[in-house]
Design a protein around this ligand. Structure first.
Ligand code: SF4
Length: 443
């Protein structure tokens, strides 16, 4: 069916899994002849791809949903779709049904492939469409997606999570862990490379526990992808420390295309908090992994996730987290204030931390994290680094921006015009907390 001259707009909250799901949804809409519009007010179909991990994302979502009510009133044919992690929670679906009657289509993380049918049914019958499954056993087939960049791509390798960290809603919203086959992932990447992709980001809630039906583990996948001709860079996220194997660490020494960067969420530096979070490692084990990684790959950059104010976290526990940050010297960290998620064990713990203490600890943590980031970046001053060009710099007109293989953001000048996806040499002339400045030099 052709739906010429119709527009769509997608709003994405949350993680890179959601970003990639949105790329898939965009691909489905374009296959139906919808065109992207950057302006939601011009859209015939709006898709809100939601996140449940943090409380403020919930609030932003409901606020935005309220705004679309007016647009729907002015244009009854305007179609509002809600998908992602929030509709995987029954109490949210209940709330949408009860208080947001202007929503037309609701689907979950496990029923994305049904979206084109749901949309057609909504248009054909005028009836609301709901499709949510708690735990689909099937491994979703990857469809043609509309990528944000021509030269780099997100590639799902696992879906769901089996870990049940006590603060996290993801195992309830994305179901049990399923791995795609090495063969399917490799074929997708070979096709992407033919299409001009140079860098892939392998995605999963816990990529380290990848294991396909033929018994291939994550290290085997990396080694196999390292052989793909034309591919220049391999990245992955997220890694659970409990499943990070020596075999994978060895890949950082052996695989030429594997970027010298790892995101290794620690969450806390206190053994007692890690135990209550159900993380299955302690501080000593985490530090052993960091030491092995650095021994194998001395210029590895390491980023992490840290939660402050987890129930029961004492000042001493928090000081353990600060000392761990200083010991590891992270290149960067995503820092979060704990917020209870309905349906998770930690939400029921009776030793929740007062907001004021959480915010105070958060500020102290951010100060330390930023100091580490600035220090790590300062080591780049005067170095010549290889940068994969992403395009013109967002902040500085006339400059370009891209990433090193250690995932440092570099803004740089160039005397000649450049194109996205070029690999260039850049001399670093100034270092900042979150980025590096430089000038292109001849290789
Ligand atoms: S590993 Fe833990 S934090 Fe990560 S998605 Fe699974 S349950 Fe959530």
């Amino acid at each position: 069916m052709s739906l010429l001259s119709k527009n769509y707009h997608i709003i994405t909250y949350g993680c890179q899994m959601n970003e990639h799901d949105s790329e898939n949804i965009a691909g489905m809409l374009e296959a139906l002849d919808y065109s992207h519009t950057p302006n939601p007010e011009e859209a015939d179909v709006v898709v809100m791809n939601t996140c449940s991990v943090r409380e403020h994302a919930d609030k932003r979502f409901f606020g935005m949903l309220g705004q679309f009510k007016k647009q729907k009133k002015n244009n009854p044919d305007f179609i509002i779709c809600v998908c992602g992690c929030m509709p995987q929670q029954p109490h949210i679906v209940e709330e949408i049904r009860k208080s947001f009657s202007w929503v037309d289509i609701v689907f979950g993380t496990q029923t994305i492939a049904e979206f084109p049918n749901l949309l057609m049914e909504r248009i054909r019958t005028g009836k609301k469409q709901f499709s949510i499954i708690a735990n689909n056993e099937e491994i979703p087939e990857e469809k043609e997606s509309k990528r944000e960049f021509k030269h780099k791509a997100l590639v799902n390798i696992t879906y769901g999570c089996n870990n049940f960290c006590t603060y996290c809603i993801v195992p309830y919203t994305r179901g049990r862990e399923k791995s795609r086959s090495l063969r399917a992932v490799k074929q997708e990447i070979i096709n992407l490379v033919k299409d001009g992709v140079k860098e892939v980001m392998l995605l999963g809630q816990n990529v380290n526990s990848f294991r396909d039906a033929d018994g291939n583990n994550f290290a085997a996948l990396i080694r196999s992808l390292d052989e793909v001709e034309g591919l220049e860079r391999i990245r992955f996220m997220t890694s659970h420390p409990k499943d990070l194997s020596d075999e994978l660490i060895a890949c950082f020494g052996d695989c030429k295309k594997l970027c010298h960067n790892i995101h290794l969420p620690v969450q806390s530096g206190s053994d007692e908090v890690l135990r209550r979070m159900n993380r299955h490692y302690n501080r000593q084990r985490y530090m052993e992994i960091v030491e092995k990684l650095r021994a194998t790959c001395p210029d590895l950059s390491i980023s992490t996730d840290i939660i402050v104010g987890f129930p029961g976290e004492t000042e001493e526990d928090f000081l353990d987290t600060l000392s761990l940050v200083r010991e590891v010297e992270y290149d960067s960290a995503f820092t979060f204030i704990y917020s209870p998620r309905v349906g998770t064990p930690a939400a029921k713990y009776d030793d929740q931390i007062p907001e004021k203490i959480k915010h105070d600890r958060f500020d102290r943590l951010v100060e330390d994290v930023n100091r580490c980031s600035a220090k790590k970046n300062s080591e780049y001053l005067g170095r010549i680094v290889t940068v994969l060009v992403d395009g013109p710099s967002k902040n500085d007109t006339g400059a370009w921006s891209g990433r090193t293989d250690t995932f440092k953001l570099v803004n740089f000048t160039s005397e000649e015009p450049l194109t996205e996806g070029q690999m260039v040499s850049v001399r670093i002339t100034e270092t900042k907390t979150f980025s590096l400045d430089g000038e292109k030099v001849d290789a």
